[in-house]
Design a binder for this molecule. Structure first.
Ligand code: ADP
Ligand code: MG
Length: 243
């Protein structure tokens, strides 16, 4: 049994003449400890896919199974608990709590689970992400890139086995992208699994071992970066995208 199994996943927005098929029978599976990159043009369904993996949305057809459990079939309450224990997120609209400072925001997922965060681990995260001097600041006092890094720290701070990231390094300069790559790389070292939407080939090469290219709600191609031709395919894809 795969760690994460997506079968025929279909998400249709709108009704009748306004219908739009954002995901069209998408199927793939992910083993524990893999770090999967999802790429594709804007509007190809990447965020829709992540929302479904994160149990934040419902599908018209298909299933998502995490460690054999049918995620989409759960009742709302059950989903909420499942999400809190098993899935970490970084979404494009950061979701930091405005009245909590950086340190407090990072600890939310751990605290929600009734636990305390290891102080040493917290200090290490803050240091690697260059947020040490900002730990008592509120989100409104941070730059966009800093907020993004707080969101990343918060998502990986708890021990949740699956983490989904929607463009965690978009808008970051090279230096900060590499900081983020360094911390997120630890996730899979800990045997956790990640799915990340990204347009950054360097980030993919630093962190990911599997790639899914999406086009108009479908998987155009998918491959492992451990295969000899994997890196070649990735570079070809980005060269094509650049025109
Ligand atoms: P991506 O993240 O790859 O840019 P999305 O998953 O956000 O793509 O969107 C896929 C398609 O679904 C797009 O055409 C988008 O306009 C449409 N879409 C996304 N969210 C909604 C929504 N809430 N209502 C209607 N259409 C949506
Ligand atoms: Mg998106």
């Amino acid at each position: 049994m795969a760690f994460l199994e997506v079968k025929n996943l279909t998400r249709i927005y709108g009704k009748k003449e306004n219908q739009l098929t954002a995901l069209d029978h998408v199927s793939f599976s992910v083993e524990r400890g893999e770090f999967v990159a999802v790429t594709g043009a804007s509007g190809s369904g990447k965020s829709t896919l992540l929302h479904l993996l994160g149990t934040m949305d419902d599908a018209q057809d298909g299933s998502v199974k995490l460690e054999g459990e049918d995620v989409l079939g759960m009742k709302e309450k059950q989903k909420a608990v499942f999400r809190r224990r098993r899935i970490g997120f970084v979404f494009q609209e950061y979701n930091l709590v405005p009245v909590l400072n950086v340190e407090e925001n990072i600890q939310i997922p751990v605290r929600l689970d009734g636990k305390q965060m290891d102080r040493e681990y917290l200090a290490k995260l803050l240091k690697i992400l260059g947020l040490e001097e900002r730990k008592y600041h509120l989100p409104e006092e941070l730059s966009g890139g800093q907020k993004q890094r707080v969101a990343v720290a918060s998502a990986i701070a708890s021990e949740r086995p699956l983490i989904v990231f929607d463009e965690p390094t978009s808008g970051l300069d090279l230096f900060h992208m590499r900081q983020v790559a360094e911390v997120v790389n630890r996730i899979t070292e800990q045997g956790r699994t990640a799915v990340v939407v990204t347009h950054d080939p360097e980030f993919i090469l630093r962190c990911c071992n599997f790639v899914i290219h999406m086009e108009r709600g479908e998987i155009q191609e998918s491959y492992s970066l451990c295969e000899p031709e994997g890196r070649e395919r990735l570079l070809r894809f980005f060269l094509n995208e650049m025109g």
